[in-house]
Design a protein around this ligand. Structure first.
Ligand code: ADP
Ligand code: ZN
Ligand code: ZN
Length: 699
């Protein structure tokens, strides 16, 4: 006897073998089991997706190949997990096999049944949860937990920085474990490396046995171990980055998404999924409450949690509020410095330098934020106009003074800084603009005479992608800040997120203006949340919070964004942004998808997109069943991407927009078919690839 089964295997993206392949098995198998199957000349891992009740009709049965083996000892991936994968593949327009296989730990692909059996034997089956008591809850925290207990969610917890949100997550997990001893919780964070403290805090509360982490910084062996523990139900709490949304957790009963606004929840390659949005979907599948939390929620979640109002029935999320900091902690006072009144080209205003000096002399810490690494973004020759452009990208190469290089941050091209202008030989080429490296150097000069209370000289440190390249470097640098070895910390947005620095009393945004006038409609939202987050690093110790300050150096001090920041008024900011988005019919009011094409020339990239667009519209209009779709979904002509060329590849994009998510999804389905057809035409040979980004984060 043999049975026919459909199996998900990792197929190259957009290959015709997108979905499932049929195999034959001489033995009984169950959906969700992992198997090894022949695929072309190779042997690959597959997930049994469905058992067929009859032989395939569309192919000669003799050509169906046999399953080579079953990974024994592993319980099948359950129906919820398979449903999550299926939904993600469909919604984000990727093949089922690709999503399924990339959701599994990579090492699983290489193990034989025997090796796997050995790993499984080593597993601790008895993982005890040892809950240590937390602090007595604040009234706000108590109210929020009660609301969670009586409502169904999804919940959006809008709580200021330092209001005790993390404590709410921990107590929610504790309550869940108290009612269901088998239950599992998924705690998602944007980036684990940035918040090692959270990992410690969760382990301290529930015992290190019960908690596993999942993020890309782990070794393949560690990832497999954690995955197996979650899959078997032994690990009770999974703490992870966006990839953890696909963890197999058979007893999942609670999902928390910390800093839910953070763009790193959106995967930017392969299946471009939003782990935050999938969390809401997954919660519904498992009937598990979902708690999204932030001090500056995404406008999407804010809009979805709006209260009912006359005509409007309100959003489907429930909004929970924790407006004040724990204890007597106050939010920092926001001070705007009008840079129009400073010396021309001043990097730091005199007032800010004086304020930093004063704090350092009192033994307090300061943090300066500049969202640009390197020494200067461009080198320039004043004689002939030469600039340090990258030959391969539509971008300038950044000057790094430390090793005297010019580096392209897009393709990685790195060269020694030329001694003289490569065009005209002028020896006097100069940096324009500034990055963190220059800010650090400049501060060193300005504060050279400043002493700490113990009489030793001020210590300045920098944290950005350049200083943290080596493994463990970030942890080391952060711990220097925590221990007080550093007085002034300079860095990119890396330092603004999540850290619980206790002694920082002054935070300054050195040059936040560029985001005010960006072509990306999400830039103000990003800037506002970055500045609120940054402000949240100041005065976390209640004793010092009354004197803590957030400084903003700007040429536009009366800009509405800074006015709202001054009042720590996210709702006011959100209301005005949403009004603009509504007027312009932008997300979250409408829904978007991007189709992108990469080619050797811009014309070729755009030609594919425009051909797809025309074919699609002709095809849909011709059929009365789909003619409506053309009216419901706007498909815009192809344009170059804002980063038009990267590593000699030209990139173009086409925007699709609709007020109906469903209509947009239907359109994408048709588009997918059209693309396969158009792409195979000889005139589009020059196209390297195309891809779809649903709910893109940047346009
Ligand atoms: P958030 O996640 O909102 O930034 P945290 O949960 O990190 O806030 O809380 C900020 C600080 O307050 C932490 O040091 C935390 O230990 C402390 N904290 C939180 N809740 C309480 C409470 N109920 N009683 C005392 N301290 C608390
Ligand atoms: Zn020159
Ligand atoms: Zn480049």
């Amino acid at each position: 006897m043999s049975i026919w089964i459909d199996i998900a295997v990792q197929a190259p993206a957009h290959s015709q073998v997108g979905g499932l392949l049929t195999y034959r098995s001489p033995v009984r198998v169950q959906a969700g089991q992992l198997v090894r199957v022949p695929f072309g000349q190779r042997e690959v891992l597959g997930v049994v997706w469905a058992i067929r009740d009859q032989a395939p009709q569309d192919m000669p049965t003799a050509s169906v190949r046999d399953v080579l083996g079953i990974l024994e000892g592993l319980p099948p991936l359950d129906a919820h997990w398979r449903q999550l994968v299926q939904f993600s593949a469909q919604y984000y327009q990727r093949s089922l096999g690709e999503v399924a296989l990339s959701a599994l730990p990579p090492q699983l692909r290489d193990l034989t049944s025997e090796q796997l059996a050995r790993r499984l034997k080593k597993q601790k089956t008895e993982r005890t949860v040892q809950t240590s008591p937390g602090p007595a809850l604040s009234p706000d925290q108590m109210t929020v937990l009660d609301q969670m207990a009586t409502g169904t969610g999804p919940f959006l917890l809008f709580g200021s920085t330092g209001s005790g949100k993390t404590e709410v997550y921990l107590q929610a997990v504790e309550r869940m474990l108290a009612t269901d001893p088998q239950a599992q919780a998924l705690l998602m964070v944007p980036e684990i490396n940035l918040t090692p403290q959270l990992e410690e805090r969760v382990q301290a509360r529930f015992g290190s046995e019960a908690v596993v982490s999942m993020h890309s910084g782990m070794t393949p062996a560690q990832r497999l171990k954690g995955w197996l523990a979650a899959h078997a139900g032994h690990a009770r709490i999974v703490l992870g980055t966006r990839m953890a949304i696909f963890a197999s957790m058979p007893h999942l009963k609670l999902i928390v998404v910390d800093e839910e606004h953070d763009p790193s929840y959106k995967q930017q390659e392969g299946a471009r999924y939003s782990a935050r949005d999938l969390a809401v979907y997954r919660g519904r599948l498992h009937t598990a409450p979902v708690l999204l939390a932030s001090a500056t929620p995404s406008l999407e979640s804010w809009h979805l949690s709006r209260p009912a109002e006359s005509e409007d029935p309100g959003g489907r999320y429930q909004r929970l509020l924790m407006p004040s900091r724990i204890g007597t902690g106050l939010l920092p006072k926001v001070r705007r410095v009008d840079m129009n009144k400073q010396a021309r080209r001043a990097i730091l205003s005199t007032q800010l330098v004086a304020a930093i000096q004063e704090r350092v002399e009192r033994g307090e810490q300061c943090m300066l934020l500049l969202n640009r690494r390197g020494y200067a973004p461009v080198l320039h020759c004043a004689d002939c106009g030469w600039k340090s452009e990258c030959q391969h990208c539509s971008a300038f190469r950044v000057f790094h003074k430390i090793d005297r290089t010019l580096r392209c941050h897009h393709c990685g091209l790195t060269e020694r800084v030329p001694r003289a202008c490569p065009e005209c030989g002028n020896a006097d080429i100069a940096p324009i603009g500034r990055g963190t490296e220059q800010l650090e150097e400049h501060l060193g000069e300005l504060l050279a005479h400043v002493l700490r209370p113990d009489g030793t000289p001020v210590r300045i440190a920098r944290i950005d992608a350049d200083t943290t390249r080596l493994k463990g470097a970030l942890e080391r640098q952060l711990s220097q800040v925590h221990s007080g070895e550093v007085d002034v910390l300079v860095g990119t947005q890396m330092i603004a997120k999540g850290h619980d620095f206790r002694r920082i009393t002054l935070v300054a945004a050195v040059n936040p203006d560029t985001a005010l006038f960006s072509s990306d409609f999400r830039a103000p939202e990003r800037l506002f949340s970055l500045l609120m987050q940054a402000a949240g690093r100041a005065g976390r110790d209640a004793a010092q919070s009354a004197t803590s300050e957030m400084w903003v150096q700007t040429f536009h001090p009366t800009h509405a964004l800074f006015e709202a920041l001054k009042k720590h008024d996210y709702p006011a900011f959100a209301a005005s942004e949403l009004a603009e988005r509504t007027a312009a019919d932008l997300p979250p009011i409408s829904h978007q998808a991007l189709l992108r094409a990469d080619a050797r020339t811009q014309e070729a990239a755009q030609a594919l997109l425009n051909a797809a667009r025309e074919t699609l519209q002709a095809h849909l209009s011709a059929d009365p069943a789909t003619a409506d779709l053309v009216l419901q979904v706007s498909v815009y002509p192809a344009v170059p991407m804002s980063m038009q060329r990267v590593a000699d590849v030209e990139r173009a994009q086409m925007l699709l927009e609709s007020s109906s998510r469903m209509a947009l999804q239907k359109m994408l389905w048709h588009l997918h078919n059209v693309l396969h057809q158009v792409r195979s035409q000889p005139e589009h040979k020059g196209v390297i690839r195309w891809l779809v980004d649903v709910d893109p984060q940047a346009i």
